[in-house]
Unconditional design. Sequence first.
Length: 504
Amino acid sequence: MTRFAVALQLCTLYGLSLVLASPLKKPTADPTEPDPSFAVSVQLAGQTFVNKGLAAFGLIPSNFTDSTGNTFGGVGSAIAIKPGSFAKTADGNFTGTLIVQPDRGFNVDGTVDYQARQHVLDFKLAPYYSTDDLSFTAAQSTLQLNYQSTLLYFEREYTATTGLDALAVRPADSGFPDVISADPTMPIPATDFSHLSVDAEGLALNQDGTFFVSDEYGPYIYLMDASGNLLETIQPPAAFLPLINGALNFTGSVNPDTGRVANQGFEGLTLDSTGTTLYALLQSALVQDGGDDDTTSSFTRLLAFDVSAPLVTRPEVIGEWVVPLPQSKKSKTRAASEVHFVSEGVFLVLSRDGNGHGDSNDDSSYKQADLLAISGATDIHGTEFDQPNASIAVNGKLDSSITPGEYVSFVDFIDDTQLARFGLHNGDPDNQTLIDAKWESLALAPCLDPDFPNDFFLFTAADNDFLTEDGFVNGVPYNAGINNDNQFLVFRLTLPTAAANDLR
Ligand SMILES: *[C@@H]1O[C@H](CO)[C@@H](O)[C@H](O)[C@H]1NC(C)=O
Ligand SMILES: *[C@@H]1O[C@H](CO)[C@@H](O)[C@H](O)[C@H]1NC(C)=O
Ligand SMILES: *[C@@H]1O[C@H](CO)[C@@H](O)[C@H](O)[C@H]1NC(C)=O
Ligand SMILES: *[C@@H]1O[C@H](CO)[C@@H](O)[C@H](O)[C@H]1NC(C)=O
Ligand SMILES: *[C@@H]1O[C@H](CO)[C@@H](O)[C@H](O)[C@H]1NC(C)=O
């Protein structure tokens, strides 16, 4: 649709005389509100949630390097908006700082000794609401991302973490007998290479500069200080821990007999609005819950921890619910890559397939930020279901004593009309404007619009798996045979249960 046609449509919409829309008039400014035709509404817990459409797109090129000289990849594994950074500028645009976290480095040919880290990106958001299609190049000015710095992660005594597969274990408490911060049995690559193996997936920032990182190996959650040093390790209930022949084994290369499936750890991590409850979502079902087969792995678990004083009282599990993940027509689980707190008992969950740019199949059929309500769900924390090998869903059939959370389809990332507005597409051909395969992160910021106090920008970014023809890991060049940019999308949503000052 042309600008003029939009102007005509808006005039008609507001009942104005068509004479006003003289063809001699300069093109009207871009609309400052989403076109009403984009709106998709869904109901959850008696309230109407609205997806008002895609508002911005940005990218970091696949060959970009960070301040350590390593390829700046995989950064969509987790994103978070730095507390207090988001603001509206005088011209009606927005600025802020995104903290983005890659996972364990370029690992197509095996795991690498990549130190976990986060990057600081300043951004300028210029929401675009018109029905006109932007070119791919023009679209990139709607979300401009400017790299600032990198913070590396360390465990005890300033030892760098590693991305290498956790083939060995370090016994609990070793060297750190302090009662609160003592570590449980830890994932390490080899007994003679005692570096903590971290495959970072989730990130939740505290107001005081400390932050929580969730990982796939444990699956553990690490509380880090503002300098990136480990303060405390949070271990989930025994049912989650990977056991091989009865012993803890954190490897990501084979599935354990019970516990989390390899590489299906805590993909999702989010804090409530008070910063005292931390939620962690497992990517798909535990092995004993049907997780080692993607046609039976749809019942995953969400945990809540009390983190009100994590260095004084060890964080305890205070809630645990079953999340029924969506399934494809062939009953394959759309695994969950992220969770984000909306309001008490209400969350956004990012579930998807793995098709798109970076995958051999270009045609994605599901990438969504959906709604989850747990208020009516059974809280199973502290029950027999937390015991080793205890199953909530034998062969993927949910135990009849359990009511799962309510899961509602919501924001579709692969809507063709919305993608086209930003020069993007789904399916063939496999080129730079194909939507990335692996979206793994969610962050919310208020639109600061007095007319729509419950409107929020939903930021999401893709994990590009460090795929570039011009890559570097620890000074060693690599060629992944494909250039896959780190793509970012921003949607505008109405979240009736969320209050603007109530989100972090
Ligand atoms: C990335 O590739 C582009 C296109 O080939 C090139 O212009 C740019 O200089 C490269 N950037 C880096 C950081 O190597
Ligand atoms: C917002 O940013 C865009 C893109 O940089 C710019 O063209 C525009 O003038 C800015 N202000 C408004 C009100 O859109
Ligand atoms: C864990 O399992 C892997 C794969 O079977 C094996 O190579 C490794 O030695 C095991 N580690 C421990 C600590 O048993
Ligand atoms: C776990 O429980 C199932 C069902 O009771 C049983 O078949 C399986 O052998 C158990 N696995 C282990 C490792 O104990
Ligand atoms: C990528 O494919 C789209 C859809 O066919 C096309 O419009 C676009 O021009 C192509 N872009 C490049 C860079 O080849």
